[in-house]
Design a protein around this ligand. Sequence first.
Ligand code: 13P
Ligand code: SF4
Length: 303
Amino acid sequence: MNSGLVQKIENLKKEKNAVILAHYYVKDEVQEIADYIGDSYYLAKTAKNVEADTIVFCGVSFMCESAKILNPDKTVLTPDPDADCPMAHMVPEGRIEEMRARYDDLAVVCYVNSDIELKCKSDVCVTSSNAVKIVKALPNKNIFFIPDENLGRYVAEQAPEKNVILNDGFCPRHKAITARQVCDEKQKHPDALVLAHPECTKDVLALADYIGSTAGIIAYAKQSDEKEFIVCTEHGVSYRLRKDNPDKAFYFGEPCPICVNMKKNTLEKILEVLETGKNAVEVDEETRLKALKPLDRMLELAK
Ligand code: 13P
Ligand code: SF4
């Protein structure tokens, strides 16, 4: 770790009354200097309640955007505006309108991994840690779940009383984890439990001993008496897993799942945005208010 760089960041944080929020998938050295680290749900809640003047958000674009929507008086700085989640745009133009025309009683449920236009057209947002709870709590029978097909299918299985219509969006990183890879790891480590993120395919989820968000996986591994785990999600979670459980082993399979977008957050870019104030997230007020509704509804229903 570059201690000179870290010291400069710490000084600027104090000077600018700034805090660093980071997702579990960012580089170890960024998690090391972050004030708040968590999954998407925790980060959205934290962004809404932060009192500092400036939030440096180390994640991907939809997370930075959500922070600005939820807490518009703060300056939200993104270390790299090109750190985008491809899944966030995977709903074909006109599809939501088509579904609304087909069903009177439709709730459009939008995974937070979505761009602001999709949120504006949705009834409620969810994250992987609260999607089942929120879908179950909705009065609607018909649910159009966007953009992630795998999370949508998992929710549909957990809420069989609902008619969940799926959209074919996906996370390229989680989709690339195959059941074959998990079985290979199982052969090498027969006693290991399989912990999987619900963005994984149904074949991978069928092999899982536990399915949950990044925070869920981290909490599960910590409380478990088992010593070995095959982890089916992005490799960044290993930082916290190793820290919390020095006596346990975590295997990520081959090839190791890396989200290139999350890794675009570097110490150098954090320093640069703190020094210059560049890459401030801007959202026009009319759009913000539209996108705020489903996000606020999520925070309310997830309580
Ligand atoms: P979590 O909500 O579990 O942190 O997941 C976010 C994400 O981008 C998963 O790929
Ligand atoms: Fe998007 Fe997948 Fe990266 Fe998560 S891991 S931010 S879903 S590309």
